[in-house]
Design a protein around this ligand. Structure first.
Ligand SMILES: [Zn+2]
Length: 97
């Protein structure tokens, strides 16, 4: 099992004052979603809030199987910056109609 050090977690800013927030507790809701309780580090704000982290898709398929987890396999190239044609990107499908 990999251990994720806290300083390597992505930062989440307070939604009210945009100051860095610290994770206080977290709870695994499902295999693909975790609820995280955070508190703002600005003592003048002291906001406490909840964020949800959800796995949206698989980038590289696992060598193991879990029949309870069904996730789409994404295209790794979607996150790469275009090397040419940036001014005229190809048309994208309309996902909402
Ligand atoms: Zn705040």
């Amino acid at each position: 099992m990999k251990v994720i050090r806290r300083e390597r977690l992505p930062g989440i800013a307070c939604p009210v004052c945009n100051t860095k927030a610290m994770v206080r507790t977290s709870l695994q809701i499902t295999e693909t979603m975790r609820e995280i309780r955070l508190v703002c580090t600005d003592d003048d704000c002291d906001c406490s809030f909840v964020a949800q982290v959800m796995v949206s898709h698989i980038v590289r398929p696992s060598k193991k199987q879990n029949p309870r987890v069904l996730l789409p396999i994404g295209n790794q190239n979607l996150r790469k910056l275009p090397t040419d044609g940036a001014a005229n990107p190809p048309p994208q499908p309309d996902l909402f109609h």
